[in-house]
Design a binder for this molecule. Structure first.
Ligand code: ZN
Length: 271
């Protein structure tokens, strides 16, 4: 059994994940906003929404992309810049496959942001196993928007392109642990389906408000729809409009049995 402690405003949150054995530990590193590096129990590395070099919350020492080491897969939730981030550069450096909604994939492919041969274009409820049998990635709904604002690298001219539909992901690891990365989303009733069908062990949920759920909406989603055992708040404090705080999220969760883990940008959480 792994026990984690996080201290926030004098309160200690303890998290027990008895279903995950020490031999199957995996790591989750947060870069701020929605950017994560997942190192799976089998040693695969998955980058989610890798907004790093221009992320105001990413610690300076983590902005050197070469230090990320090997990358096996990049997944992108939607076309906004604070989620696409360094996808093109990381794809070029690593040769990793890049998974995203099928329509945005065409935008990336035709504009040459990521070569077609590296793109995995897929859509909701069609699970994929791009890293072999052990890991399953399933795209789920997100209540948001998606467009790709592209800057031509030679002329500097900006142009807008289709970004398909925004998404969240269920990432099931080799040990059966399921991470729900919600992407950018408002609350929606089908989160009940996500909770019931996938039963994620951990939910990474935006709480900043303005563009996504605020702490109150996110807490409603946890308590009434997802019913996830463990939650980590994301997508807050990066830019001035994202005013929601983990303290407000904790208060809104109230007596919910969900365990709250509050990470700091750069932190690595072991499970
Ligand atoms: Zn967005």
């Amino acid at each position: 059994m792994h026990v984690f402690h996080r201290v926030i405003t004098g309160v200690v949150f303890s998290v027990c994940l008895s279903s995950v054995g020490a031999a199957h530990a995996f790591e989750l590193q947060w870069f701020g906003q929605s950017a994560f590096k997942v190192t799976t129990p089998g040693g695969k590395v998955i980058m989610i929404d890798p907004f790093i070099t221009k992320n105001p919350k990413t610690p300076k020492e983590l902005k050197d992309l070469t230090k990320l080491g090997k990358i096996d897969l990049i997944v992108v939730t939607h076309g906004h810049g604070d989620h696409v981030g360094d996808t093109a550069k990381l794809a070029e450096m690593s040769g990793a496959k890049v998974a995203m909604n099928a329509d945005m994939g065409h935008t990336f492919g035709t504009l040459g942001i990521v070569p077609y041969k590296q793109l995995i274009r897929f859509n909701k409820s069609g699970p994929i196993k791009p890293l072999g049998d052990g890991i399953t990635i399933t795209m789920v709904r997100a209540e948001h928007s998606s467009e790709v604002l592209h800057t031509d690298p030679t002329t500097g001219k900006k142009s807008l392109h289709p970004g398909g539909e925004p998404a969240g992901y269920i990432i099931e690891l080799e040990n059966g642990f399921k991470i729900y990365h919600a992407g950018d989303t408002g609350v929606f009733a089908d989160m009940t389906f996500i909770g019931e069908y996938y039963q994620p062990d951990l939910a990474l949920l935006p709480i900043g408000g303005h563009f996504t759920m605020d702490p109150q909406h996110a807490a409603y989603a946890v308590k009434n729809l997802l019913k996830t055992k463990t939650v980590i708040p994301i997508h807050y404090a990066t830019f001035p409009p994202l005013k929601g705080t983990p303290e407000q999220f904790k208060a809104a969760l109230g007596d919910s049995p969900a365990k709250l883990i509050v990470m700091q940008p750069g932190d690595t959480q072991k499970f």
